[in-house]
Ligand binder design. Sequence first.
Ligand SMILES: *Cc1c(COP(=O)(O)O)cnc(C)c1O
Length: 397
Amino acid sequence: MVADKSLAFLDEEIAQLKKEERFINLRVLQSPQEPVAVVDGKKVVNLTSNNYLALANHPRLREAAKTAIDKWGVGTAAVRPIIGTMQLHQDFEAKLARFKGTPAALAFQSGFTVNVACCQSLMTSEKDLLVSDELNHASIIDGARLAKAPRKIYAHRDMKALKAILESPEARGARRKMIVTDGVFSMDGDVAPLPDIQDLADKYGAIVMVDDAHASGVMGKNGRGTPDHFGLTDRVQVQIGTLSKAIGAVGGYVAGAQSLRDYLISTARPFIFSSSHPPSVIATCDAALDMLMSEPQRIDKLWDNTRRFKEGLKKAGFDTGASETPITPVMVGDAAKAKKFSARLFEEGVFALSICYPIVARGKDRLRTIVTSGHTDKDLDFALEKFVKVGRELGLV
Ligand SMILES: *Cc1c(COP(=O)(O)O)cnc(C)c1O
């Protein structure tokens, strides 16, 4: 082959990424996604997944997927509006709506795509205004970029800042306004002040969109999410959830008014132009919803484990930030040290990811831990023991 220099710029870009410590080496899972897993050849207590309810490898869900394959095949080979909507999809969405306590629900290929779709389809004019928490997920940021509406960002969970935006001339003159927030924030594990947001939204004539990726299956009765947790099911207009985390498969959804579902079916570009879920995935999610209803003790166990692990970290002297949920950061404050912490823990048999600038602000470098309902007391005590050992080595506690 003639030396082709046309992609030489990638080598420069990669060198730059490496210099900025933003180059990603993929870690490889060599077992199913379990609370104790094999990663890159090493058996570790796994504190990195979003497998909150330990459903990703659950026998009942595996069985549901297999049954659906035998009955419906492996794929739909179509987008939803053409012939990619099976009875299975319709029935699942009806069940999801009943679960969420909303008139309707619509499934998307992922949480990412549903966020992009809702921002893009609901904020369609320069006369609209999208108002977003500064720590919202990347998919909301990208959705806001695709929306025609200008956007205003408020400081994290800062209700004074949100109010000031809603009182600004720009907001007062807007045709439509939508406030978008994560329900549970993915890096800090803190919770949006949803009652205050909804009150402000009602007062200033805005709609509220909540991304409950980390609250689906985790918060609210039977894991219905943050609107349920706060008693706001009938008020939050756009409830987003994911099927990729606690639910254990992959996908996203929006729950709300029938008109919201009808409108998105006709306008949401990822829904219209990208093929639908394979039957096995829908059947898995359907079975997972049944389990949220029939085995709420899984959620209780998740929270018991959360409390146990958080208390252990705090007792050892670690700073767990503002977390109120199973996402518990362990603050380090320095990128090199956070990476070292993670690497040493891995050697000791505990997998906790370091999260550094620019994903989080400078000086907020940390490890992020997520416990699941599947961790045993022994797993958590082992992890705590190693956190203390390595934390001491690094002078953190
Ligand atoms: C993970 C995540 C998403 C994306 O969900 P997927 O179903 O994995 O695409 C969206 N929002 C937040 C806050 C998330 O943490």
